[in-house]
Every structure is written in structure tokens, then in C-alpha cells.
Design a binder for this molecule. Structure first.
Ligand code: ADP
Ligand code: AMP
Length: 218
């Protein structure tokens, strides 16, 4: 039976950071909808061009486009054992589409760790975030700095600051999260799948709590 885990939490909660670590431990493919959009943007595909405006404004890419993109990704052979989803679903319509898709494969979401972090911490996290150009590895200038400033420890590529991590866009992203994504907390709590994890702790402690929550939820 494949394992599907959904990481929930506001932008800057640490979903990508944790997914990088625990996807290896769990031997699950890490699927970040934001990374897929950024990859398409870099290659200037039709999908990338469509997503660009929404991303730069800190809005969500429309559900039909996002659902189609994730459905295609989850059908690939490397997802035969399941996936660790980061940044998807972000709306109730996306969550329903995911549930239907998995039901069609006689599978379901097993566990939804919700990484909670207060808004003022998110702003500090996102304004100091540096992302690797080649593979999207994540750093923070204060909380998780690379060995050499501006260079990725893992692959030596350049680190850059995301366009949508600018303060004005961050505020909008947090607003969009509260309006459109936070209803998923109740949605998954009602299904008995939610596992709350304190995301303000240091990275390694968050990892330990997440792993414990996932093992309990499986
Ligand atoms: P998300 O994927 O949820 O948007 P990220 O994983 O990109 O969040 O983390 C946002 C920023 O916060 C990054 O710069 C990351 O290095 C930093 N960060 C992640 N987890 C922690 C933590 N537990 N404590 C301090 N900083 C963190
Ligand atoms: P992230 O990397 O998760 O912070 O996502 C960056 C941006 O990509 C978001 O602000 C949205 O514009 C877009 N995006 C990522 N995931 C989704 C999703 N599930 N639904 C709609 N838009 C998304």
C-alpha cells in the first residue's frame, strides 16, 4: 500500500526544509508544487508562464491547473510507493481532488502533519530565506546558513532570494494562506489525520516531532 503524507502549514513554516530531510528517511518522493511551478518558470513552459503572475502576486495558481499538474506528477513511476506532498493541497477543492485521485488507486492520505508557526516568525524566516538555483535546497542566513555565503552546500550552485519572499508579497501570501488554506486544518482534523507539530523549535527538533507523528499516524 503506497504512503501519502501531506505537510500542512503557512509559507515559511519549514515544510520544504523538513521534506528535504524526512523524504530520505521515509524513502518517499518529495513533491513540492511550488518547486514544480518554479522549474516550469525557469524553463518558460506554458505552465510556467501561466503560473508566473499568480506567484509574483503571492496568489494561488487556479485549482484546475494545479490539480492537473499534481495528478500528472503522482502518476509517474517514481511515486509507486507514494509521496510526501509539500504545498499541495492548498484549498478544499485541491484536497477533495487528491482524495478522489487516491481513492481511484485504492489509496488515501495517511497522515497530515501541521507545522504551526506564528505570523511574525514567518516574516523573519522568509525575509532571510536563500534558495539554491539548481535544486531548490533551502537555507536561512541566520537560522540555517550555508558554509559559504551565497553557495549551496549540497551542489555548489548559487543561492538566490525568491521574488515572492519580498515583504509586500509575503504579507499577501500569509493572507491567502489564512483565507484559502487554513480551512484544511479543520478538514483534516475532522478526518482524524491531523498531527500538530510546533514549528518554532530548532530544525532538528521539528524533524524528531514530525517523524514521531508520522510513525504514529501510519
Ligand atoms: P516552507 O516550505 O514551509 O515555506 P521553508 O522550509 O522554506 O518553509 O523554511 C522557511 C525559512 O525558514 C527557510 O529560510 C528555512 O531555512 C527556515 N527554517 C525552516 N525551519 C526552521 C526552524 N525550525 N527554525 C528556524 N528557521 C527555520
Ligand atoms: P511555495 O513554494 O509552496 O511557497 O509556493 C510558491 C507559489 O507557488 C505560491 O505562492 C503559489 O503562487 C504557487 N503554488 C504552490 N503550490 C500551490 C498550490 N497547491 N495551489 C496553488 N498555487 C500554488
Amino acid at each position: 500500500m503506497p504512503t501519502y503524507i501531506v505537510l500542512l502549514g503557512p509559507p515559511g513554516a519549514g515544510k520544504g526544509t523538513q521534506a528535504e530531510i524526512i523524504s530520505e528517511t521515509l524513502q518517499l518522493v518529495h513533491i513540492s508544487s511550488g518547486d514544480i511551478f518554479r522549474e516550469n518558470l525557469k524553463k518558460q513552459t506554458e505552465l510556467g508562464k501561466l503560473a508566473q503572475g499568480f506567484m509574483n502576486r503571492g496568489e494561488l495558481v487556479p485549482d484546475d491547473v494545479t490539480i492537473g499538474m499534481i495528478a500528472e506528477r503522482l502518476r509517474r513511476p517514481d511515486c509507486a510507493n507514494g509521496a510526501l506532498l509539500d504545498g499541495f493541497p492548498r484549498t478544499p477543492a485541491q484536497a477533495n481532488a487528491l482524495a478522489e485521485m487516491l481513492a481511484g488507486w485504492k489509496a488515501r492520505v495517511q497522515c497530515v502533519p501541521y507545522i504551526y508557526v506564528p505570523a511574525q516568525v514567518l516574516i523573519e524566516r522568509l525575509s532571510g530565506r536563500w534558495t539554491c538555483r539548481a535544486q531548490g535546497h533551502i537555507y536561512h542566513e541566520k537560522f540555517n546558513p550555508p558554509v559559504t555565503a551565497g553557495i549551496c552546500d549540497d551542489d555548489g550552485s548559487e543561492l538566490y532570494q525568491r521574488e515572492d519572499d519580498k515583504p509586500a508579497t509575503v504579507e499577501n501570501r500569509i493572507r491567502v494562506y489564512l483565507e484559502q488554506t487554513s480551512p484544511l486544518i479543520e478538514y483534516y482534523r475532522n478526518q482524524g489525520l491531523l498531527a500538530e507539530v510546533d514549528g518554532t523549535l530548532p530544525i532538528n527538533q521539528v524533524t524528531e516531532l514530525l517523524m514521531a507523528a508520522i510513525q504514529k499516524g501510519q
